[in-house]
Each structure stands twice: as structure tokens, then as C-alpha cells.
Design a protein around this ligand. Sequence first.
Ligand SMILES: *Cc1c(COP(=O)(O)O)cnc(C)c1O
Length: 217
Amino acid sequence: MSYSEILARVVAAVRTAGRPDGSVKLIAVSKVQPLDRVRAVLEAGHRLFGENYVQEAAGKWPDLRVEFGRIDVHMIGPLQTNKAKLAVELFDAIHTVDRPSLAEKLARLAQDRGASPDLFVQVNTGREPQKAGILPEDADAFIARCRALDLPIHGLMCIPPEDEDSSAHFAILAEMARRNGLSGLSMGMSADFEAAIAAGATHIRVGSAIFGARTYA
Ligand SMILES: *Cc1c(COP(=O)(O)O)cnc(C)c1O
């Protein structure tokens, strides 16, 4: 397990960037990982995980929370509107608010429950047609719309294109957050989390570097 190695690299990157200790949250992305690997990271004391699929998370975390106590689980995958109810019951944060219909659904659920997970707006900084996320030029208006719905928007999230330098995308996201008065920045994965920390990430989402390669069934 390279969990301790990754933790050490995060601490080092935070210090190199001249940022305070503890200012970056490491989300261990456990989607499709075997349960024994997830347990090993829980046993090492980690309590913040990321999942991409509502159904998979619903089958895993309720039991692990009974066994290990409080665990924060963040939704980082695309969220279908018809799974939003289950998602707000299960997750402490949702990083993938990316369209008006989902924002409206989350607002209705927040009204009904009197509570909402922390929310991040996903921005498609690379304007990739196959990728989710609001387009950069629509982001400011969408954030305003979410706020008008009383949604607790904590920050922005992006997944840079695979074949481009991530740093440019991290800088775009950071500037967009700054001008909208948002403090949260969910950016950086196994291959580029140190660059994301240098660019101001508050939440990094690291999967394979902690758990090993994913094998999809
Ligand atoms: C799977 C996933 C990750 C983790 O990716 P790794 O390259 O394994 O670190 C991070 N963010 C999102 C949105 C993902 O879907």
C-alpha cells in the first residue's frame, strides 16, 4: 500500500507551496477497488473517500461506517437526477453539480431535508464534448443560479484533458473560483496532484496512486 507515501508527498507539496499544513484534503478515490484495499487504508486511519457510482457507494459505505465510525464520502462521478435523492442521503459532498436540472433537484431535496451535502460546480475547462461539466463561459451565471436556489456551493471542480498540461486548467479554475468568491478547489489526481496543490487545490482526488490500478469488471 502506498497510502503513507502519498500522504508524505501531499505534506511536502503543501510546504513547498508555502501553504499551511492541513490546507489540502486528500480524497482517496476507492471506486471499483477491492474491499481489502479500502479496508487497509481505513485501518491506516484515513477517513475521506471518493466514489463515482451511487449504487456501488450505497453497497459499501453504510456497513463500513458502522464498523469504523465517521467516514466522509464524496461523490466525484457524474450524477443522474434520478439518483440525487440517494446521493444526498449517502454523501457528505457532491463535486459534480454540472447542469440546471440537477441544481434544481438538489435544491428541492435540500428544502425537504433541511440539509444538503457541500457542493462543487464541475467546470469543463477543456471544453471536451464527451466530458461533463458546465462550459467556462457559462460558469459564472450557473454559480449565481445555484446561489439563488440557496445551494451551499463550496467550490469548483475540474478534470483536465488527458493530453494537456494540467496546470493551465488548474489556473483557470482557481481564477474562476476567486472571482466568484469560492474557497474550494477540487482538482488534481494521481498524475498531477502536486501541480494542483501548487495551484491552490483544497481537495485532491487520488485513486490509483493509493490503491493500485483499477480493474473494471
Ligand atoms: C477516478 C477518478 C479520480 C482518481 O483518478 P486516479 O488517476 O486513479 O487518481 C479522480 N477524479 C475523478 C473525477 C475520477 O473519476
